[in-house]
Design a protein around this ligand. Structure first.
Ligand code: CO8
Length: 307
């Protein structure tokens, strides 16, 4: 299990955000060499679908997707837990930024295809399947960062695209292979990929299912930074200009900046500039604008009031 601590910081293990469900009973049958058989009941605790950690002094929550045997395939149960952890973190005054990550082989290889195969149109329509990923994540006030190692495919890539920014390792692979399964991206992929890398590249990826390496993704402006795999998570939290830095600034100011950037996709240029101006003017009403400018003039570090 990766450490989420910076060098010199106390290490902190990733833990399930909610108590693990009670162990399920498993019947184990054994046959000995003399041919006699015995049956016993053993208990195996179910694996937590996500793990979380809050590295000391970082004000960052790390959420690790944890279905390694199926490359972190996004089952409904996992997505529900992820969204509920994000919602709690967004409301937690101690948290200023959130990092979502996977393991060294996969960020997430898409929706759980086994589960997908059992779904019907009426059930997904009624339950608003995937809406929480495509619309829920951008609605959070705090920065949400995807730290991508390995495969980010289908819904896994769409999850990363719904985050505010993406940091990746040199072994990351991004793709929307839904066409190979007889479907299309359904959690924002067609819309966000076009906006991230332009129509020609997005159309090529979506119509062929081809993947993109982290080098190509960096050149295309899809991701912000690339690190060696073993450094990715620590860098996403601690390196200059990453999660810990975002979490160190005034919470309402960061939220306003995030809102202004996200609206660039929704509004015309003139409406976007009008929104930006009104958010900018609003910052002048905050205690943190006074604190930030005063601290600069007094040549000291600001002490944010989050007000
Ligand atoms: N769902 C369920 N199981 C999966 C998935 C998946 N998406 N991906 C991999 N697995 C399982 C495999 O079945 C395998 O299980 P088992 O060992 O029991 O056979 C195990 O994970 C390991 O996988 P592989 O043996 O295939 O590993 P490889 O290294 O050979 O290949 C790949 C890795 C290339 C990633 C390959 O596993 C693959 O192509 N996976 C499917 C990728 C895909 O098509 N993703 C798109 C899914 S559709 C989708 O995401 C719709 C969008 C919905 C949005 C959801 C938002 C929440």
């Amino acid at each position: 299990m990766p450490s989420t601590s910076a060098p010199g910081q106390q290490q902190q293990a990733l833990t399930p955000p909610v108590p693990a469900p009670s162990p399920s009973a498993v019947t184990v049958s054994t046959t000995s060499s003399d041919g006699t058989s015995a049956t016993s009941i053993s208990t195996t605790p179910p694996e937590p679908l996500i793990l979380t950690a809050n590295p000391p002094d970082s004000h960052v929550l790390v959420i690790k997707l944890n279905r390694p045997r199926v490359l972190n395939a996004l089952s409904t149960a996992l997505v529900d837990l992820l969204l509920s952890a994000l919602k709690s973190a967004d409301a937690d005054p101690d948290i200023g930024a959130i990092v979502i990550t996977g393991n060294e082989k996969a960020f997430a290889a898409g929706a759980d295809i086994k589960e997908l195969a059992s779904l019907s149109f009426p059930s997904i329509y009624i339950q608003d399947y995937l809406r929480g990923v495509s619309e829920g994540i951008p609605s959070f006030k705090k920065p949400v960062i995807a730290a991508v190692n390995g495969h980010a495919l289908g819904g896994g890539f769409e999850l990363a695209l719904a985050c505010d920014t993406i940091f990746a390792s040199t072994n990351a692979q991004f793709g929307l292979p839904e066409v190979k399964l007889g479907t299309i991206p359904g959690a924002g992929g067609t819309q966000r990929l076009v906006r991230a890398i332009g129509k020609a590249k997005a159309m090529h990826m979506i119509l062929t299912g081809d993947t993109m390496s982290s080098t190509e993704a960096l050149n295309a402006g899809l991701i912000a930074k690339v690190y060696p795999p073993e450094q990715l998570l620590d860098a996403a939290i601690n390196a200059d200009s990453l999660a810990k830095t975002m979490a160190s600034y005034s919470r309402p100011i960061v939220a306003m900046a995030k809102e202004a950037v996200l609206q660039a996709d929704q509004l015309s240029l003139s409406d976007g500039i009008r929104l930006e101006r009104s958010l900018y003017y609003s910052t002048f009403t905050t205690a943190d604008f006074t604190e930030g400018t005063t601290a600069f003039l007094q040549k000291r570090t600001p002490s944010w009031k989050n007000a």
